[in-house]
Design a protein around this ligand. Structure first.
Ligand code: FES
Length: 386
């Protein structure tokens, strides 16, 4: 009883102290934080200094293929590390504007622990603005800003046997998991089925990891490199041939939306339960089958109302634009990060109406719920609170 009374008082004191500091900052510099007021003044002299993000130095840029690069970053002492499989938001300046995108960490946790460095692997997106710039414009010895590591696509604590299935740059978080000691020592049976169009990035690194594990007398990492041009996509036959006990494995899927949905449906149809399946969407985020259906069904224009505290903005949609795109067209300024359904920065409340999740193709309920604007396409008239 007494303890909780003490805690409450402590909390109240903290709150009062925070409020007093905030008010002092406001009266001195018209800014709720002294740090953010001084940041632009200090950074020209101390480029590593930042308030909410962490500065990281680009120490190496390597080209892995003609449209994939890897960036090595030296992190600051304040950056708190990552779990293999997580991603960061990278912020850089392009033509005077700060832009942010999410990228998975592709290096091992052990390297970060000993050398304080991480690696990101980036493929140029055809219609992207940031990745083409990074591919051609990022320079060694410059600084970028990174967020704390985020994401739930990580290995659980139980050392269950694992089945990894990756497509294209979906290998990125998986190579981080496979390179980290935890996988090398704790987990018995590991299979990796890796789909790519002719070129498998990290192939050599994967083969070395498998050899290392053999040398350490651990059960092998079985590698299955599938050329999608020659061998096609996932099928039951392929799955059975590569990993006959797949039903008993914990599965980690990473790749474009279509590949994940297809693989997840296949696994579930064979009795693999939902909680055995972990996934992370990479690359094109729109489910094309769903988009076709939607564009046939949606001959009618849809009315989307964006409500904020100050005003309501009405937008008419005649296309498959997401709510984020529609809000931006209306010159609203919603928060966003990855624009691919990963970071949840674009979360908002749908008050009513149906939206389609462009990753899964599934329609929402009609009532109030939290949704991600970047992957939600209105399927009828919708009310949104932003
Ligand atoms: S912007 Fe990252 S989930 Fe929508």
């Amino acid at each position: 009883m007494n303890t909780s009374l003490k805690l409450d008082k402590k909390d109240i004191n903290h709150k009062l102290k925070d409020k007093a500091i905030k008010n002092l900052n406001l009266s001195l510099v018209n800014n709720s934080s002294l740090k953010s007021y001084f940041e632009p003044l200090i950074q020209p002299f101390a480029p590593k200094w930042s308030t909410s993000l962490f500065r990281a130095k680009v120490t190496k840029v390597s080209r892995l293929t003609n449209n994939v690069i890897s960036i090595r970053l030296k992190t600051s002492k304040q950056w708190t590390g990552f779990k293999p499989g997580q991603y960061i938001e990278l912020t850089t300046e392009i033509e005077g504007a700060a832009v942010t995108r999410c990228f998975s960490i592709s290096s091992s946790k052990d390297v970060w622990k000993s050398k304080r460095r991480i690696e990101l692997t980036i493929r140029e997106q055809d219609q992207g603005r940031v990745t083409p710039w990074l591919i051609s414009g990022i320079k060694e010895k410059t600084y970028v800003q990174i967020s704390k590591a985020q994401g739930e696509f990580t290995l659980g604590n139980a050392p269950a046997n694992k089945l990894f299935i990756a497509a294209g740059t979906g290998i990125t978080p998986i190579i981080s998991m496979l390179s980290s000691k935890v996988v090398r020592s704790d987990i018995k049976n590991i299979d990796l089925i890796y789909f790519a169009r002719s070129e498998h990035i990290f192939k050599d690194r994967l083969v070395s990891l498998a050899n290392l594990r053999k040398k350490q007398n651990l059960p092998p990492i079985n590698l299955h490199f599938i050329d999608t041009n020659e061998d096609g996509r996932i099928s039951l036959n392929l799955l059975k041939n590569a990993c006959s006990d797949f039903q008993d494995r914990e599965a980690y899927l990473c790749g474009p939306g279509g590949m994940i949905n297809e693989t997840r449906d296949l696994l579930e149809s064979q009795g693999v339960s939902q909680h055995q399946i972990h996934h992370e969407y990479f690359g094109p985020t729109q489910n094309h089958k769903m988009l076709e259906t939607l564009s046939k069904a949606n001959v009618e224009p849809r009315e989307v109302a964006f409500h904020s505290k100050q005003s309501t903005t009405q937008v008419t949609s005649n296309s498959n634009a997401t709510l984020l795109e529609l809000a931006e067209t209306a010159e609203l300024n919603p928060s966003y990060g990855c624009r691919m359904g990963v970071c949840h920065q674009c979360k908002c409340t749908k008050k009513s109406g149906v939206v389609i999740n462009s990753l899964t193709g599934r329609p929402s309920d009609t009532g109030e719920e939290e949704i991600q604007m970047c992957i939600s396409i209105p399927a009828g008239n919708v009310q949104i609170e932003i």
